[in-house]
Design a protein around this ligand. Structure first.
Ligand code: ZN
Length: 231
């Protein structure tokens, strides 16, 4: 009985604190306020996934997060009636890092890519090469297809512009690092690629590298779908 009262008391405290934060009566730093817009510049924490999830349905929250991302984007017109409908989708032109070509992205993919670039990719490049990554080379994002293109499989995350295939990177000095050529080695390029893969795992929900299977021997598949895999 006593325990129950304590539990009730505890729930009351948690509930009123949450309500206070939500109404703005209790001031917490925005990165610790689940209802504050996501700031790409702030270090990711346990609330980041939740904040990314909220961007999917809320174009205004999405714009607020994008404004902190440094990404250059164009909004795509919604296509609700297409075989693979796209809503609240953006074309990413690049940002502080250039892209081999622009790509289509759901808002969570766009913002997660910006978080990845800032908090995983560039720190790994600085740590290993002492310079920045200037360009990300990719194999595409949106493709209206099932997983591995199989007829009886579930829809791929690529079909909703929630996935990107990253093939390699070009450093500021012009050197290129490729998943295909450099993953199998044991030099610092291979070390860099592993560090990038591991850093991506904390941000994307799925990161598949050549360690996953032969289909990924030449790229990292990253997505913001409902599953969680890091390999
Ligand atoms: Zn993929």
């Amino acid at each position: 009985m006593r325990l129950r009262w304590w539990l009730l008391f505890l729930l009351l405290i948690i509930g009123s604190t949450a309500a206070g934060v939500w109404r703005g009566w209790i001031a917490v730093p925005p990165q610790w306020n689940p209802w504050a817009p996501l700031d790409v510049a702030a270090a990711p924490n346990v609330l980041t996934r939740y904040k990314l999830m909220r961007l999917r349905a809320d174009a205004q929250l999405c714009d607020q997060a994008l404004a902190t991302s440094g990404l250059r984007v164009n909004r795509q017109a919604d296509s609700p009636d297409a075989t693979c409908p796209l809503l609240n989708t953006l074309r990413i032109q690049g940002g502080e890092v250039a892209l081999s070509s622009s790509f289509l992205a759901s808002c969570p993919l766009a913002v997660t890519f910006a978080l990845f670039e800032r908090h995983a990719l560039q720190p790994a490049a600085q740590a290993i090469y002492g310079q920045a990554v200037a360009r990300v080379d990719h194999l595409g994002s949106f493709a209206c297809r099932n997983v591995y293109g199989r007829e009886n499989a579930r829809r791929s995350q690529h079909a909703s512009a929630d996935a990107l295939d990253i093939a390699g990177f070009r450093l500021a000095d012009g050197r290129t690092i490729s998943v295909l050529k450099d993953w199998p080695g044991d030099n610092r390029d291979a070390q860099f690629l592993r560090q990038v893969r591991d850093g991506g795992c904390g941000l994307f929900s799925v990161v598949l590298s050549p360690d996953y299977n032969a289909a990924h021997h030449n790229h990292f598949h990253v997505d913001v779908g409902p599953w969680s895999v890091c390999r």
